[in-house]
Write a protein that binds this ligand. Structure first.
Ligand code: AHR
Length: 489
């Protein structure tokens, strides 16, 4: 029996909805025959976006969506993606050397803003710091958000179909500038960040939150050196974003217990990374004003395991292992909600750690999708501390509108765990409903078998109001909702 005890009075504050954020880059099949099919397509769509994705994505309340990169952003000119679609240029893009596909620019900032509105996401734009000027970036901001009938760029936006501003609150100032984004040193990048952010902020149209490029996973030196240089110069900075891909262990689908354990262990390092980056930042920001953002995370399996068999760059299958890693990672973010302000899983469709796999008229959700669905109640909720969380189980809990949500993931490949849940201080509501995502560790959804991994219907658990007992099958995720009135859904 494993014991989990809730301590509501020792929670870490509100879980930012932006922790449940997503990422959609112009790469491989994320848009092409993915999220975007075009208005003329036989595939049911709304203004070019695939209805399946719109409906399913909206259902999980995607708080924020990052676009258009990734590395793509650092050679992207936003002006190529505006104006009549048929007249937009076909351009060379960052990923051309990898997949030899040119960018059609069919999905520019207007289409992206439209998609965000349809699914209920806040747009998060990654702006080009490497290959455009600070004024180009400021003009992008002006184009997006200068009020109607003011400047020529606002008039151009109206002419292109959007009289009103897009309301972009999150701006990424560069991407991976230690690598594909200009191969800079942290000092160089910090100076560039200040130059660009200062120029962009001269407009200050939306009280925007600027995100700087942080480290590549455990590169604490980047964090320290960036923060030291940044502090010396100073200017507005809301978040510092590190990227952490936990990588792979064995094949994406064909793996055994050792590879399961290895990848789960690597994914669990997210906790240590948050602590180490936070500690490095605190030296230069003792009041902890700068937030931690992790705007790319996920598994990065071997290529060619997705339905396109390698045609779509980085497209990969997604099994119960990826689902458990999703729950583990989101639990870590929940449990660090006092310092983590945003996170974006990479990437939305036909790519790394994706939620959707599509091709022509085929469209399915992955096990990862279901985890985001099962955990959506944590968004904007009050965090509850867990005492005595047993080894081998990842767990987080929160409360919103009187409903306590607990998400537990069994990190064990083969061992079922019996759980006893109690509360140290606050009384638990008396109705407990559990939803379980459980299948063989290697199980995945495919076009042939789209529902192989699907959550159970909510099941009411017997509960005496003091100790709740439930089973956590091996390699599974269980979401428990405790409420006064039964199933809150
Ligand atoms: O997500 C794929 C790529 O991984 C992104 O473009 C880049 O930022 C990262 O290296």
């Amino acid at each position: 029996m494993e014991r989990i005890c809730l301590i509501g009075s020792e929670g870490k504050g509100t879980i930012a909805p932006e922790i449940y954020g997503h990422f959609s880059e112009h790469i491989g099949g994320v848009f092409r025959d993915g999220v975007w099919v075009g208005e003329e397509s036989r595939v049911p769509n709304t203004r070019g976006f695939r209805n399946f994705v719109i409906e399913k994505f909206r259902a999980i309340r995607p708080s924020v969506l990052r676009f258009p990169g990734g590395c793509f952003a650092e050679t992207y000119d936003w002006r190529d993606g505006i104006g009549p679609r048929a007249q937009r240029p076909r351009t060379l893009n960052y990923w051309y050397r990898r997949d030899h596909r040119v960018e059609t620019n069919e999905v520019g900032v207007h289409e992206f803003a439209d998609f965000c509105r349809m699914v209920g996401s806040k747009p998060y734009l990654a702006a080009n710091l490497t290959a455009m000027t600070p004024l180009d970036m400021r003009n992008f901001v002006e184009y997006c958000d200068m009020p109607e009938n003011t400047t020529t760029l606002a008039a151009l936006r109206a002419k292109n179909g959007s009289p009103g501003p897009f309301g972009v609150r999150y701006w990424g100032i560069g991407n991976e500038n230690w690598g594909g984004g200009g191969n800079m040193t942290p000092e160089q990048y910090a100076r560039e960040y200040v130059r660009y952010a200062t120029t962009v902020d001269s407009a200050n149209l939306t009280d925007a939150k600027y995100v700087a490029c942080g480290a590549n996973s455990g590169d604490i030196g980047w964090t320290e050196r960036f923060m030291r240089e940044f502090r010396a110069k100073g200017c507005k900075l809301w978040g510092l974003s590190f990227h952490y891909y936990c990588g792979r262990a064995g094949d994406c689908v064909d793996f055994g217990e050792a590879e399961w354990n290895e990848l789960v262990e690597k994914a669990g390092r997210m906790q240590e990374l948050i602590e180490r980056h936070r500690a490095a930042m605190r030296t230069f920001d003792p009041e902890e004003k700068v937030k931690i953002v992790c705007d790319e995370w996920g598994c990065w399996h071997n290529e060619g395991t997705g339905p396109s068999k390698g045609y779509n760059l980085f497209e990969q299958q997604s099994t119960m292992r990826d689902a458990v890693i999703t729950a583990l990672t989101l639990n870590i973010f929940n449990n660090n909600c006092d310092v983590v302000a945003m996170a974006n899983v990479a990437q939305l469709c036909n790519n790394l750690h994706c939620l959707f796999l599509t091709a022509g008229e085929h469209a399915i959700v992955t096990p990862t999708y279901h985890v985001f669905d099962m955990m959506k109640a944590h968004q904007g909720a009050r965090h509850i501390r867990i005492a005595g969380a047993p080894r081998g189980i990842s767990v987080s809990a929160s409360e919103k509108n009187g409903v306590i949500t607990l998400t537990a993931a069994n990190l064990s490949y083969g061992e079922t765990k019996e759980i006893e849940l109690t509360s140290f201080d606050e009384p638990l509501p008396v109705h407990a409903c559990a939803t379980t995502l459980c299948a063989a560790p290697q199980a995945c959804n495919s076009f042939e078998n789209p529902y192989a991994v699907t959550p159970s219907a909510p099941v009411e658990l017997p509960f005496d109001g003091k100790t709740l007992r439930f089973s956590l099958p091996a390699a599974s995720i269980v979401s428990v909702a405790l409420s006064a009135y039964g199933n809150p859904e």
